[in-house]
Design a protein around this ligand. Structure first.
Ligand code: ASP
Length: 331
């Protein structure tokens, strides 16, 4: 009898794998986000935007689409929304230009694609995916990446399309403060000046994880500066055997801490759970390094962990049982 059951389970497992649970989690940036610096209207606007992105990604998963498709759908929804620091509404370099970074990774085969410092590509996450799937490379930068986008017919736009009055004002404030205090960019890189990087992690019916991140980086960055978002292992990582992770925060620290890979490695080499590893990295290793920010992380069962060491992180998820939750503040 027991043998028969085992045999049945074996025969049924491929079918089960194609009909497994689905889940998605997203972030819209971490930083100094408190109830005091938020109006009810802005809070509602962020919640609406997060929900729209979650639903866009979840609809893909529900209809049997891949986790990669879901991650792209959720991120594109936020890239198009000026509330977030990605695509339209990206923060600006010292010169007032939007320079965009993005990356995506497939947990099934650890394939990955990334773009850095692109100025004219409407959807950097779409280009990152194209680098993964349609080039022999993992990462392309600047004008070479833009030429690759044009060669594939991926929409390119004028840089001015990304620039919003809110981000221009944030740049002016940052430059004024630097002129006045002589402070290095570090001192104005926390808080509202850079917030709004976007990311998504998802689990599809086939049991495959994926992660992606898209950003304009940090306000008043030097042109040519590249953050963690397009760096596989720092801002983005996915491996079906451990987790899918997308990060947001002060990128230099996430690069030095190899934060996304650190979470996956802790799980792999020590057997820690998703939540134990994610918390150990954010509240331990990243914090000890002096870094601020957070991550969203998902394992192959669809468990989600979203630790951050800032006062807030725009975030949300639709769990394997279909429940939608949103969060902004620490408590
Ligand atoms: N991590 C991004 C960067 O350093 C910024 C952010 O997430 O707020 O480019």
């Amino acid at each position: 009898m027991r043998l028969l059951l085992l045999a049945l389970l074996f025969v049924a497992s491929p079918a089960l794998a194609q009909n497994g649970p689905v889940a998605i989690a997203i972030h819209g940036g971490a930083g100094t986000i408190t109830r005091d610096n938020m109006t009810p209207e802005t809070e509602a606007a962020y919640e609406q935007a997060l929900e729209a992105a979650l639903r866009a990604g979840h609809a893909v998963l529900e209809s049997g689409g891949s986790s990669l498709d879901a991650v792209v759908a959720a991120i594109q929804s936020m890239e198009a929304d000026p509330l977030f620091n990605a695509g339209v509404g990206a923060v600006l370099t010292e010169e007032g230009i939007a320079e965009l970074d993005a990356s995506i990774m497939s947990g099934a085969d650890r394939d990955a694609g990334a773009v850095a410092g692109v100025r004219t590509v409407e959807s950097p996450i779409a280009l990152a995916r194209a680098v993964m799937e349609q080039s022999p490379h993992v990462m392309m930068a600047s004008t070479g990446a833009e030429a690759f986008a044009a060669s594939l017919g991926i929409p390119v736009v004028d840089n001015a399309m990304f620039v919003t009055p809110r981000r221009k004002a944030a740049l002016d404030r940052a430059l004024e403060r630097r002129n006045r205090t002589g402070a290095l960019p570090d001192s104005f890189s926390v808080g509202a000046e850079r917030m709004g990087t976007v990311g998504a992690v998802a689990l599809d019916r086939m049991g495959n994880l994926a992660a992606g991140t898209s950003t304009g980086g940090m306000t008043a960055k030097q042109f040519g500066r590249v953050g963690d978002a397009p760096i596989i292992g720092a801002g983005t990582y996915a491996d079906n055997e451990t987790a899918a992770i997308s990060a947001t925060g002060h990128g230099e620290y996430f690069i030095r801490g190899v934060v996304a890979y650190d979470v996956a490695s802790m799980m792999r080499y020590t057997g820690l759970s998703l939540s134990a590893a994610a918390n150990a990295v954010i509240h331990g290793r990243l914090t000890d390094l002096g870094g601020t920010g957070g991550i969203i992380a998902m394992d192959r069962e669809g468990n989600v962990s979203m630790p951050f060491n800032t006062s807030g992180m725009y975030r949300g998820m639709i769990s394997t049982d279909g429940e939608l939750t949103l969060g902004i503040y620490r408590d």
